[in-house]
Design a protein around this ligand. Structure first.
Ligand code: G3P
Ligand code: CA
Length: 387
């Protein structure tokens, strides 16, 4: 799937309606009891993440360039490589457990299709306005999901990762929190996580709200406070506003291409697009309930029609001026994902000049980056470390 010139496996967006670009401060009828503009706590002033090196390397779905994503094996490798933060995406099971998958459709990342006992669970449904046919986590109990095995999402691009197909189950968030606790004890330091709520409005509509069980687990493992070693993140701002009511851990609003609208905005009739959210009023609004933004890299440096990097935007400066940190996504080493300037040769699956691309983005002053290849990103980040 290609979006905004950046190929991103497994992402879906909702295109903003043309002509609906006007910023409406505090619009959306979110009714969460939060002020629209009052800053609860500042971005850089938040303090809880001052122990992290900057630029911070976030292992995207673990070390997903080398292992099937969102497995304990992928998280472990990322941590062993030295990644500063390990990412989890969350979706729920039918019985309300939070599990780590990039999307609720598990057709492409598990062996579910090879389980005849689940053949009749294959359905077509609409998720955030997109019709999908497959198997979905919300139709399985945790016990049922645990009979499945994780598989590589993009075997055509990452054939070597298929060596690990079938090795790990789908992890629950609680298993990851226990793993982080064990690793933290063994290493004598805090293990940082970056936890994303996926499709939060869709799941709330099914009676499977993500935020309350997430807050419950964060409290259970002592990760709910302002200085907790985890960022919370979502493409739906209302999810982060809801989390702000439940816990004090730092929050990041993810931003897709400028023309898109967050799905909660679509559902609430809020006309704002991402273009509005990265404008002065939009950033000020985000700073009222979050400490950072996670923009697609194209919002930092747009790509032209040929896929080459263009002129950097002012987003880094504008966000920093409002106390917001930036954790853009996603840097992957393969040619197919890199800006055209940094591709090497014609094999889309071969590595390009990832260091050149990382340098171009780090030069913009970003505070961190999501990467499928944390070892590469760490080497590049070392040249820019500022604290
Ligand atoms: O959460 C940051 C980045 O992971 C957003 O993209 O689609 O991979 O979750 P996605
Ligand atoms: Ca994510």
């Amino acid at each position: 799937m290609t979006q905004g010139g950046q190929t991103n496996p497994g992402r879906r967006t909702v295109l903003g309606a043309a002509g609906l670009g006007a910023a409406v401060l505090g619009a959306g009828g979110l009714a969460l009891g939060l002020p629209g503009t009052a800053r609860a706590d500042g971005g850089r002033g938040h303090g809880g993440y001052r122990d992290l090196p900057v630029p911070t390397v976030v292992a995207h779905r673990g070390a997903s360039g080398y292992r099937p994503e969102h497995t304990i094996g992928s998280y472990q490798l990322a941590l062993d490589m030295g990644a500063h933060v390990i990412e989890q995406d969350l979706v729920p099971t039918k019985d309300g457990h939070l599990v780590c998958r990039h999307e609720n459709d598990i057709t492409g990342t598990t062996d579910v299709a090879a389980h005849p006992e689940f053949a009749d669970r294959k359905v077509t449904k609409s998720v955030d306005g997109v019709s999908l046919t497959g198997w979905f986590t919300e139709d399985f109990t945790l016990a049922e999901l645990k009979t499945l095995r994780a598989e590589e999402r993009i075997p055509g691009t990452r054939r070597q990762n298929t060596l690990y197909d079938g090795r790990w189950t789908i992890p629950t968030l609680e298993e990851v929190l226990r793993w982080a606790e064990r690793e933290g004890r063994a290493r004598g330091r805090r293990i940082w996580l970056h936890i994303e709520t996926k499709h939060p409005t869709y799941f709330r509509g099914l009676g499977l709200g993500l935020e309350e069980p997430l807050a419950g687990l964060l409290r259970k493992y002592g990760r709910h406070k302002k200085d907790a070693p985890n960022f919370l993140q979502s493409f739906e701002p209302s999810s982060m506003r809801r989390m702000a009511e439940l816990v004090a851990a730092p929050r990041v609003v993810l931003l897709d291409a400028a023309s898109t609208r967050p799905w909660d905005f679509v559902q609430a009739g809020d006309p704002r697009t991402v273009a509005d959210l990265i404008g002065p009023e939009g950033l000020e609004w985000i700073a009222g309930f979050a400490q950072g933004i996670g923009p697609t890299l194209n919002l930092i440096i747009p790509r032209d029609a040929a896929g080459r990097l263009g002129k950097p935007t002012t987003l880094v400066r504008d966000a920093h001026a409002r106390g917001l940190i930036l954790h853009p996504y996603t840097l992957r080493n393969e040619n197919t994902f890199l800006p055209a300037d940094f591709r090497r040769g014609t094999d889309p699956t071969a590595y390009g000049d990832a260091f050149g691309a990382l340098k171009a983005y780090f030069e913009q002053g970003i505070d961190g980056i999501f990467s499928d290849n944390p070892d590469t990103a760490l080497l590049a980040a070392a040249d820019f470390t500022r604290r």
